[in-house]
Design a protein. Structure first.
Length: 101
């Protein structure tokens, strides 16, 4: 399911919980909590656990495909920067080696 990762994170922070504390309260693994907050994708069981711990209905943080696509892609930005930096570094090294030999 596609979930509003930012809303879930704000709910967690509103309780002053760490990701580990949320994992303990919801009986989920720390890795699951981290992945949901990062990617915004959760299983039905994970959504049910979040609903129980935050006392919410699932439709309060489920996203449609359109809403999911329109969300800010902040998590993808560092990866894009590394890809561009790698390309530029590789091009520079290739040009330098071509010039030197």
């Amino acid at each position: 399911m596609l979930v509003d990762a930012n809303k879930l994170k704000q709910l967690r922070l509103g309780k002053n919980w760490t990701q580990q504390q949320l994992a303990d309260q919801s009986h989920l693994s720390l890795r699951t909590v981290q992945r949901v907050e990062k990617d915004g994708v959760a299983s039905h069981e994970t959504v049910a656990a979040y609903c129980a711990v935050f006392e919410l209905q699932h439709d309060q943080f489920i996203l449609t495909a359109e809403e999911f696509e329109q969300r800010p892609s902040q998590a993808r930005m560092p990866g894009l920067l590394f890809m561009v930096a790698g390309f530029l570094l590789g091009s520079g090294v290739t040009a330098l080696l071509s010039w030197a030999f």
